[in-house]
Design a protein around this ligand. Structure first.
Ligand code: ADP
Length: 310
């Protein structure tokens, strides 16, 4: 499948590199307002192809997105000192106002995969600007937070994260909800598995894992200024699920009729992904505490969306 990426900065270029190393696309086209940057990233990544999977990597104008099955939206402008979150949102909404019509004019059949932060609100905006059916506008959402949750649980239990199933839902951000009640490892509740393996989960372990997932981005940004590898790999994973019509369940953000008592909100839940985009949503059973936390997260996102709809 041909994949377009608009925004060749840290996130967009790392997603392109992850696609090349995983073999998730036959062709990757990078587009950026900074053409020199798009060209440099495309060349650098193309030089990894002999060591990776057969992929054509190039840069181009929007017209070069012609025939793309997925267009990743990773364009945006970072928060400036003194700028409020709403100012940032308004600026990035203007960027999407230019980028989305241009991308869809070239690739009218594409699924839009939004990575620009704040990703849930940007996905909400992209759904409105594009006028596409909601199943074709997907935000990377909490795909990365879920990966972090599984990684930390796996490390605590001493098993590979691939044998841990646990989801983070709601906002990709401070109010996200770690679903402890449904977390399993080796086909049983994580607590039971942990105890059997001789590493019982204490309240302090849970608090440390919660903090590790929720605050990960802050710590990484403090150390290196941006995050890229985790989200780039998550984007490549979502694209593989679409390209392979896998019906893989991944926590992605999309406009949803009603969640935890909140209507018309764009947030992450476990979504079944296939060639049409989001083909289904699974609503996990929630404890009372998780239900309250998800209502809070959905309310925050609903209010942020109302702010930009006006
Ligand atoms: P991130 O860390 O989120 O990837 P970057 O600042 O590294 O952030 O990348 C964002 C990219 O988006 C930049 O390369 C910038 O040139 C690009 N960009 C910003 N506005 C537009 C636009 N209107 N059209 C295309 N690309 C844009």
């Amino acid at each position: 499948m041909k994949v377009g990426i608009v925004g060749a900065g840290f996130v967009g270029s790392t997603a392109a590199y992850a696609l090349v190393t995983s073999g998730g696309a036959s062709e990757v086209v990078l587009v950026d307002a900074n053409e020199k940057l798009a060209m440099a990233q495309a060349q650098d990544i193309a030089h990894a192809v002999p060591f990776a999977r057969a992929t054509t990597v190039r840069h181009g104008p929007y017209e070069a997105l012609d025939g793309a099955g997925v267009v990743v939206l990773a364009a945006g402008v970072g928060q400036k000192p003194g700028e409020t979150r709403l100012d940032l949102l308004e600026r990035n909404a203007r960027v999407f106002g230019q980028v989305i019509p241009a991308a869809l004019a070239a690739a009218p059949e594409a699924i839009l995969l939004v990575a620009t932060n704040p990703v849930d609100v940007m996905t909400h905006i992209a759904t409105h600007i594009s006028g596409l059916p909601r199943h074709r506008v997907i935000g990377s959402g909490t795909v990365l937070d879920t990966a972090r949750f599984r990684a930390l649980l796996g490390a605590r239990l001493g098993v590979t994260p691939k044998s841990v199933h646990a989801h983070v839902v709601g906002e990709h951000g401070d109010s996200e909800v770690l679903l402890w009640s449904g977390a399993t490892a080796a086909g049983m509740p994580v607590e039971r598995c942990a105890a059997q393996l001789g590493h019982p989960l204490t309240d302090a372990d849970r608090a440390a894992i919660d903090e590790g997932v929720r605050r990960a981005a802050y710590r990484i940004i403090e150390g290196k200024g941006h995050t890229a590898f985790g989200i780039g790999s998550g984007i490549a994973r979502i694209i593989a699920a679409i390209a392979g019509d896998e019906r893989a369940v991944l926590t992605c953000s999309t406009l949803t009729d009603a969640v935890a008592g909140v209507r018309d909100v764009t947030l992450s839940l476990p979504r079944v992904l296939g060639s049409r985009g989001v083909v289904d949503t699974v609503m996990p059973p929630l404890s009372a505490e998780e239900e309250t936390a998800l209502n809070r997260s959905a309310t925050i996102l609903r209010e942020a969306a109302t702010g930009v709809e006006q």
